[in-house]
Design a protein around this ligand. Structure first.
Ligand SMILES: [Zn+2]
Length: 226
């Protein structure tokens, strides 16, 4: 990947490879606290790398053409009868159709219940002084605006590499992650999809180990010439 000054300074020299080999389509470092988006073509595989470890990658997925059809946490959980995303999970749209499939996963538990941080929820949970902390909702709005999306288009999201255990009494915890530097998750696009990632800026709870670090997005074409 391109080693930026921020990555170099932080001491991260990520040598991970795409989970599914193929021709390289793109390879991008998502800086700490930043957003990123791209259209992933049908059949291509997006590998996300948790470069520094325990870094939440908040994620929304839309049909690349019809943005009205978008990821549904509810449909996905109900269909697979599992609260966590695991290898083999099919990420369904609000119309019950496949957007992407988890074809590789190196973290036991991937969350799609915990939601995204926002300055509003930060204020409620952590106090008024956090009002001006940058948050995932702002990243989603900034990246979404590049594709014509607005606040009405934000739905329940996925939190790659974030540990949100569902306790015996049904409550949710946001606790230390189960991920580690270089851990990956790989998603095959089942049609052309728009993927938006917020490299979570949260520093008020342990979801990013109180230290936001880079993520890396690699897209490969398994059918192409490597
Ligand atoms: Zn966040």
């Amino acid at each position: 990947m391109t080693v930026t000054w921020a990555t170099y300074e932080a001491g991260y020299f990520d040598r991970s490879e795409a989970y599914v080999a193929g021709a390289a389509v793109l390879d991008h470092e998502i800086a700490p606290r930043a957003g990123w988006s791209a259209v992933v073509r049908a059949g291509h595989v997006l590998t996300l790398v948790d470069v520094g470890g325990n870094q939440s990658g908040d994620c929304l997925i839309y049909d690349a053409v019809d943005h009205e059809e978008r990821y549904s946490a509810q449909a996905t959980i109900a269909a697979q009868r599992n609260a966590y995303l695991v290898e083999g999970s099919v990420l369904l749209s609000d119309e019950g159709r496949a957007l992407m499939t988890v074809v590789g996963n190196e973290v036991e538990r991937q969350d799609t219940i915990g939601g995204a941080c926002s300055k509003e929820s930060n204020t409620l949970r952590y106090g008024h002084h956090t009002m001006f902390h940058h948050a995932c909702r702002e990243n989603f709005l900034l990246e979404g605006a590049r594709h014509g999306l607005g606040p009405r288009d934000l739905v329940s999201n996925i939190n790659w590499f974030m540990n949100v255990p569902v306790e015996a009494d049904g409550t949710l915890g946001i606790v230390d992650g189960m991920s580690a530097p270089g851990k990956r998750v790989a998603l095959r696009a089942e049609r052309d999809v728009l993927v938006i990632i917020s490299n979570c800026p949260q520093v008020n709870n342990p979801c990013n180990d109180f230290n936001p670090t880079p993520l890396r997005a690699i897209v490969t074409d398994p059918e192409g010439r490597a």
